[in-house]
Design a protein around this ligand. Sequence first.
Ligand code: DLL
Length: 432
Amino acid sequence: MFWQEQIETMDRAELERLQLEKLKKLVDYCYNRVPFYKKKLDEAGVTADKIKALSDIQYIPYTTKDDIRDTYPFGLFAVDKKEIVRLHASSGTTGNPTVVGYTKNDMKMWTECVSRLVVAAGATSDDIVQIAFGYGLFTGALGLHYGLENIGATVVPTSTGNTEKQLKLMRDFGTTALVSTPSYALYIAEVANDIGIDCRELNVRLGLFGSEGCSNEMRAKVEEAWNLFATDNYGMSELCGPGVSGECRFRCGMHFAEDHFLPEIIDSATGAVKPRGDEGELVVTTLSKEGIPLLRYRTKDITRLHYDKCECGRTHVRMEKPMGRADDMLKIKGVNVFPTQIESVLVSIPEVGPQYQIVLGTKNYMDTFEINIEVSDASMLTSFKALEDLQLKVRHKLQTVLGLDAKINLVEPKSLERFVGKAKRVIDNRVK
Ligand code: DLL
């Protein structure tokens, strides 16, 4: 049930003492090793001896993705390059990618954090785990790979794509767990269906999903298609990759690896720290990283933290599935909405989905909001009346739940684009 029980169930007061001790050391470490931090800390007048309580973290300035990009490639590194044993980078679509480097100790910490979350999810050394995340600069595949090997599981590094082969290996090897994005898991199930394999009959009993938003409704679809138990885990390359937080069997939030990552919730607009339990932007300070330590890193992910104890016995704070990223929030016809909220509504309607596409545009200076969504049964497309009724139903449900009117385009099953990595569900063609 636990990988590092003593740490995972540590008494909260003791955990906070450990965090404070580490935070002080980190401020010194950053000050003495990274000129960027020295300048920022000097400007803010913060030194390690000014940090007397965890709440004093509020005096430390934030670090942003732009800070990493602007110092591309190694400007925020705190160690000599010869100490770095691995480099990863996020796939910046524009400009410089964000590069992160790991020392040997960082690799050890990363591996331990991933081992904790896969064990919490129910993986054991008996599992045969197929890793269908893209291997490469993306942290997902190698992160899970090391963490799973570390617990003694058998890793099958299939990477993404080649879906029929994935299925063949799954059947021949008796794969018991799947690592992928939830959207790729859905796609694999669809391909299986086409070639006459019933995923429910395979041995896969555990889904270790993550890396993209997934509503509970969508997760239920994936579980049904595979007859598996799905867990979610969260991370980002700047922080280490997967390993930052993950669900236990009770699935009431993702336990944060709090001895290594100190979370805060802030108001995205003002930068003010929010009280415990409030929703806002997640900010994380890396307490143990040597290669590229981050002070109060703004993740842009919107979530909420729960400090009450979980039934599993873990004391580390639980993070809700992120609603989305501050920069993903859509303002449609004046209404603030996250794509995951739209997904929850769509996926709860059995006659459609789960594949959809949100298309935004501008007409007469106003927003247009259309949703392309597949009907679940192609025969429906032959009945005009049935289509019209369904369109009305979807429109009405969106209107009631989100207060938004959308044009619903019902399309044939399997006609929308599928994704092997993170799904892209929003096409924003609005004139800015
Ligand atoms: O996606 C790391 C990861 C890999 C996590 C595999 C879990 C499993 P990046 O590519 O840097 O890193 O993307 C980070 O993805 O800021 C979130 O917006 C989003 N994200 C990651 N995990 C989740 C999740 C990896 N479980 C960005 N739910 C983050 C929702 C997630 N969003």
